[in-house]
Design a protein around this ligand. Structure first.
Ligand code: A3P
Length: 340
């Protein structure tokens, strides 16, 4: 596991210039607001639903896709240029997912499978989250195979991942549970006015937040898959992991090309139970540059269950969300979500 056979030489020089372009974001009444300059000289939309400022849609796309702001400490465009030009190794694995689909969980389990131990990774997952890296050369120091992760749209991931056929572990979670988890995540840095009702209304409005919404992410992933049918992608549903983690870990081991026993998969499953991971996380410290950004703390381990949306959505909100999902399906997105 520790060979650095494909450790890239030299530093991460840009491969080519991607396209950066300014766009405008439409507001609820259809007008265009160009106030509130954002990072990189961009401009943000108005914010009637009281979302945290740094998750609002910016008026900038990069490589044809809306830019996310990451953290207040970083210049998004500069960061994206670094990420796009990162040198990949063909045995890298990238966990790619819309936020709150279980990235921390799968990352921990995959690291255990690859190391053949049930030792917890001592670094926080944010260290290997591409959009949050402070120093790209730190990734060069990691042993192969590297387990990287990202919530970025696929168009913003390292350009070399296609030619190197970097394995993608794509996580999917039921949109209502995912939305509830995301609301609580953003609520950690929002005002009292950021109610769940406000969240739902803004979240299902195209282009309101910088990521738009989970369905947009899934659509882009599906398009990538269509365009790259030979690319190794494994789709994992959070609900399947909850239901039968051992079988999922066996399949994951096969996907990343390692032999493992069912017994070891059971041990990994046990070591990565919600309670144990929550406990293990207490000893990890965020990199210093993120400490400032998440000054109120970063709580990832909230409930870890399937179906929590039933405790959050009112009937009216649920119907509104169902209509949103139906609209997405009409646009051609296959609905293969797990409901249980
Ligand atoms: P909830 O907010 O619903 O509890 P991500 O890592 O992509 O940010 O996803 C976070 C979600 O995964 C949170 O969901 C978190 O509780 C859940 N999660 C993290 N570790 C887990 C585990 N070991 N088992 C089940 N769910 C887990």
């Amino acid at each position: 596991m520790s060979s650095q056979s494909e450790k890239p030489p030299g530093d991460n020089l840009p491969i080519k210039q991607d396209n950066i372009e300014a766009t405008s974001c439409q507001t609820m009444d259809g007008t265009t607001h160009l106030n509130n300059p954002g990072p990189s000289g961009s401009r943000r939309r108005s914010n009637p639903y009281c979302f945290p400022e740094n998750v609002l849609c910016q008026d900038v796309t990069y490589n044809g896709v809306a830019v996310t702001q990451f953290t207040a400490a970083m210049d998004s465009i500069a960061q994206l240029k670094i990420i796009r030009s990162l040198l990949m190794r063909s045995d890298d694995v990238i966990i790619a997912a819309f936020p709150k689909c279980g990235t921390h969980w799968v990352s921990e389990m995959l690291n255990m499978l690859l190391s053949g131990t049930t030792d917890y990774v001592t670094r926080p997952k944010e260290f290997e989250m591409l959009e949050l890296i402070e120093d790209a050369t730190a990734l060069d120091q990691l042993d192969s195979p590297r387990v990287l992760n990202s919530h970025l749209y696929i168009a913003h991931l390292p350009e070399q991942l296609v030619e190197k056929k970097v394995k993608l572990v794509h996580l999917i979670r039921h949109p209502k549970d995912c939305a509830v988890s995301l609301y609580h995540h953003w609520k950690q840095r929002a005002s009292e006015k950021f109610t769940f009702d406000n969240f739902i209304k803004g979240y299902i409005t195209e282009g309101y937040t910088d990521r738009s919404h989970q369905l947009d992410y899934l659509r882009q992933m599906a398009q990538f898959e269509d365009a790259n049918p030979d690319h190794p992608i494994m789709h994992i549903h959070y609900e399947d992991l909850k239901r039968d983690p051992v079988s999922m870990l066996e399949a994951l081991s096969q996907f990343v090309g390692i032999q493992t026993s069912r017994k070891f998969c059971e041990e990994v499953t046990s070591a990565c139970s919600f309670d144990k991971m929550k406990q293990a996380d207490k000893t990890r410290e965020l990199p210093q540059h993120l400490n400032k950004v998440f000054s109120k703390g970063l709580k990832i381990y909230r409930k870890g269950v399937v179906g929590d949306w039933k405790n959050m959505f009112t009937v009216a909100q649920s119907e509104m969300f169902d209509q949103f999902l139906a609209r997405q399906e009409e646009k051609g997105l296959p609905n293969n979500f797990r409901w249980q």
